[in-house]
Design a protein around this ligand. Structure first.
Ligand code: ZN
Length: 661
């Protein structure tokens, strides 16, 4: 997922900034009542004792390597109630109808299972706020119980399977407030005519729209039939047919096994435009042409990534452009990444988001983190690949600039986070797994890999990564598996260049190890000089030569301004560069942050329309937070917020309402 960035990524940055609002991700809509409380608590005890058994067994194996977390068990998913070690779900068949009036998905899922332990007949699934109607095997009802609800993890569903049964059907409906499903009214879309639906399953939200084993170490293939109002098109993280007839009933297959957090569905007034042989865009008609133009390099990105890291394993790679209210940057749903429209800048300046989501096709979707503790295996590798893809397509200078901006994001997080949250292999026990999303797994993970690259040489490291993606294709692995693999490969090949202790330090200790690579950009050094010269009055704003500046120069120029500027200085900047009128959402964000900090009123009309038209939390939240510092600012924020609210995602509402009330 992306998150921050140069700053496009959003989910992670957003979540990083959300750490001060813990209630945001606490699911308060758990409506599921246990059918039988005694059975439920017995089931819970089973889950707990299973985890303890696993923990004891695993600890004895892993105690020597899980340094810094010796009481935590590598590979145990503390965020799922399910029991894949006994019975494992291998395939899902979904049959769901989308009702926009009641805001519910309803129908059934049929789960194919394999008994890992032949003695076991009790299948445990994860659910959250689902209404379970019946559970059947070959049409016959079978007993089931719902356990106690955990605020972060939802409710375990235990099903007693007949001996030898290898599939089971659950008939159910979602809650209108399902944490993983967003229902948009026509007013919340670009076209304003039709409603829209999208799901966001990472980290543990798939269970709010499908009862399943919601753990990244359980991979499933799936098929689906989705019924919608006839004027709308459904798309999924599966094989999509761009030519499909628009008739309100759509079928999908996903033949490659994927973890549950990559199951995704969107429904809306969508059209398709091809960008290359294997790449295309789905978007509302109003956004289709501009998106296809902005992201036209996607096919080239796909090709260079294949050349460097091995074959693309997923057939097509398409993008789905979400409405402006999409609260995140992007989500790497396989074959069909979900993308915010706020990165359509008209000059491809923010397309590192596309490189990021594409890179996940290798790191994340093909080789997957086994638990959320191991998220850095997804995001650190993906961030490293993103920089490399951007360099291959747009050159070394752009790479250096984006690396500096990413490094500044990382520094800002390290200044703000608790030490425990600066560790790549983070201890998330007892926490909401969404807490893991900060720049640590992304930028620190990428920096670690860049250090290894610099030590062993780029060509050798690329060869290593290509082999890694092949060796672990369609597997979910832990941090410790990666360390063992590194021991057997690069550490053996280059004992004089790599050091096991330093690798432990990178993975299990807070902060950035001394001597780590520090990205630098000559272009930015010049920007520092220019800024200083302007601040000291040696150069007039109108005389600064900006014709060659890209978005990156602008962001670096603005983001590193002193906290306080005079009205005269602000007017000079605005007059010289028309910053208040910029059409680039990232530059506008940086400028508006300065305007709010200095109460520069000529920018406030733009500020208002910015807040009302964009729902991407990474862009609006810092503005609301800054406005809330003064009574006048707060009143302004409240007015904008009330007008914007019908267009905001509930997560954006919950993240910001504290600032205006
Ligand atoms: Zn990502």
């Amino acid at each position: 997922m992306k998150q921050h960035g140069n700053h496009t990524m959003s989910y992670c940055k957003m979540l990083a900034t959300l750490i001060c609002v813990p209630a945001l991700f606490a699911c308060s809509d758990a409506t599921t009542e246990p059918a039988n409380k005694a059975d439920a608590s017995a089931a819970m005890k089973d889950v707990a004792s299973k985890n303890i058994e696993n923990k004891a067994a695993e600890d004895s194996i892993r105690a020597d390597i899980t340094k810094g977390s010796s009481d935590m068990t590598s590979g145990v998913d503390y965020h799922s109630f399910s029991n894949p070690d006994e019975i494992r779900v291998t395939h899902l068949a979904l049959d769901l109808s989308a009702n926009f009036d009641t805001q519910q998905l309803s129908g059934s899922v049929t789960l194919k299972v394999e008994r890992t332990d032949p003695q076991h007949n009790e299948l445990i699934l994860d659910t959250r706020a689902l209404k379970i109607d019946t559970v059947t095997v070959n049409g016959e009802a079978v007993p089931f119980t719902l356990g106690e609800t955990d605020v972060d993890l939802g409710t375990p569903l235990s099903i007693s399977l007949p001996e030898n049964a290898n599939q089971v059907t659950v008939n159910y409906a979602t809650s209108p407030s399902a944490s993983g499903v967003q229902w948009l009214t026509p007013a919340q879309t670009a076209g304003k005519q039709h409603p829209f639906l999208f799901t966001q399953a990472q980290a543990v939200h798939a269970r709010s729209f499908i009862p399943l084993q919601d753990s990244p170490q359980v991979r499933v293939t799936y098929e689906a039939t989705i019924k919608t109002p006839p004027s709308l098109l459904a798309v999924m993280s599966a094989a999509n047919d761009p030519q499909t007839e628009r008739d309100g009933e759509y079928t999908f297959t996903m033949p490659q096994p994927i973890p549950s957090y990559l199951i995704a569905l969107a429904i809306g007034d969508l059209q398709f435009k091809a960008m290359g042989e294997r790449t295309g865009v789905y978007a509302e008609p109003a956004l289709l042409e501009s998106a296809a133009k902005e992201f036209e390099d996607t096919e080239a990105m796909l090709e260079v990534t294949e050349e460097t890291y091995g074959p693309y394993q997923w057939d097509r790679y398409d993008l789905l452009i979400l409405p402006p209210s999409f609260p995140f940057g992007g989500m790497e749903n396989p074959r069909l990444s979900f993308i915010t429209p706020t990165v359509i800048a008209g000059d491809k300046s923010l397309v590192s988001l596309i490189a990021h989501e594409l890179a996940h096709s290798w790191s994340g979707n093909t080789v997957t983190n086994a638990t959320w503790r191991d998220l850095w295996l997804n995001e650190g590798f993906t961030t490293y690949l993103t920089y490399r893809i951007m360099e291959m397509i747009y050159g070394h200078e752009r790479f250096k600039k984006e690396a500096v901006l990413g490094y500044q994001d990382l520094q800002n997080d390290i200044a703000a986070l608790e030490q425990n949250d600066e560790i790549l292999a983070i201890d998330l026990r007892g926490r909401n797994p969404d807490d893991v999303f900060s720049n640590i797994p992304y930028e620190k993970g990428a920096l670690f890999l860049r250090e290894i690259e610099q030590k062993v040489g780029r060509e050798n490291f690329d060869a290593f990564l290509m082999q890694y993606f092949e060796d672990f294709a369609f597997k979910s692995i832990t941090t410790d598996t990666f360390i063992d693999y590194l021991d057997e490969t690069l550490l053996k090949q280059y004992p004089e260049k790599l050091d096991a202790e330093r690798i432990q330090q990178w993975i299990f200790e807070p902060g950035i190890p001394e001597g780590a690579p520090k990205p630098e950009s000559d272009a930015f050094t010049k920007i520092d000089d220019t800024r200083s010269a302007w601040l000291s009055g040696d150069v007039k704003a109108a005389d600064i030569e900006t014709a060659q500046w890209t978005v990156h120069e602008w962001l670096y120029f603005l983001n590193n301004m002193p906290e306080s500027l005079t009205d005269k200085q602000l007017t000079a900047l605005d007059t010289a560069f028309s910053l208040t009128a910029t059409q680039n959402n990232e530059i506008a964000h940086s400028w508006l942050m300065i305007a709010v900090a200095n109460e520069y009123k000529p920018a406030y009309e733009r500020l208002y329309s910015y807040l009302v038209s964009i729902g991407r939390n990474k862009l609006v939240k810092p503005l609301y937070r800054s406005l809330s510092q003064t009574p006048e600012g707060k009143a302004f924020a409240k007015k904008a917020f009330e007008e914007a609210k019908p267009g905001y995602h509930p997560l954006t509402i919950r993240a910001n309402e504290g600032f205006v009330n």
